[in-house]
Design a binder for this molecule. Structure first.
Ligand code: MLT
Length: 204
């Protein structure tokens, strides 16, 4: 039996009890972030689903109406579906859901942030590269046992600095322990991002 609900995904077993949930950006797929996951933690298991929404043939995790303008109904539905998949996959592959780290890039970081806000029991730790405020929940969740590292670009044309700071503020208001690092650069990942996230994962 496959996990239900299912996503097309890769699962790579690890040699430690940690699992990284890898969430790709627009136009990516389940194989995209496997090398990044290995670089961030050579010992962790890797779970990497493919987003189910297609935008001009490009996979994403939820629909958007324009760049940075999200279809909030679809986002809520997709965040819940992904959260249910992660729980089902934890049982199926027998990984510890209390040692799960979401690692998302761009659209993948945005759905991870939406999961933190809508399904706070799923992700104890998250690394969000180039993330935005995905939505404002009706009621703030209790994220007091959650740690989040946000990697932003100081010249990102898609995610302005104010947007990164808005996300950090929202997560902190919910009680999360948030670290932000601004790398020199735009929307693409840099070595500075990888180094920052890798160090934080070793010593949060
Ligand atoms: C999104 O749609 O999640 C953001 O605009 C980032 C992107 O995927 O380009």
């Amino acid at each position: 039996m496959r996990p239900q609900p299912d996503f097309i995904h890769e699962f790579v077993p690890g040699s430690s009890s940690r699992t990284l949930l890898l969430l790709h950006g627009t136009g990516g797929n389940e194989r995209d972030l496997i090398p990044l996951g290995r670089e961030l933690d050579p010992d962790a298991a890797l779970l990497s689903p493919r987003g189910k929404v297609l935008e001009n043939g490009m996979p994403r995790f939820f629909r958007r109406l324009a760049e940075g303008v999200f279809d909030l109904e679809d986002l809520q539905h997709r965040a819940n579906e992904l959260a249910d998949f992660v729980s089902a996959a934890a049982q199926h592959y027998r990984f510890a859901s209390d040692n799960l780290v979401a690692v998302g890039y761009s659209n993948g970081a945005n759905i991870a942030a939406a999961m933190l806000l809508l399904r706070p029991e799923i992700l104890p730790v998250a690394v969000l590269f180039r993330a935005m405020v995905p939505l404002h929940p009706d009621k703030l969740p209790d994220l007091s046992s959650v740690s989040v590292w946000i990697g932003a670009g100081d010249q990102d044309p898609i995610v302005p600095v104010s947007e990164t700071e808005g996300l950090a503020e929202l997560l902190r208001d919910a009680g999360a322990n948030v670290t932000i690092r601004f790398a020199k650069g735009g929307h693409g990942l840099t070595n500075e991002d990888l180094e920052g996230a890798r160090h934080w994962l070793v010593e949060p």
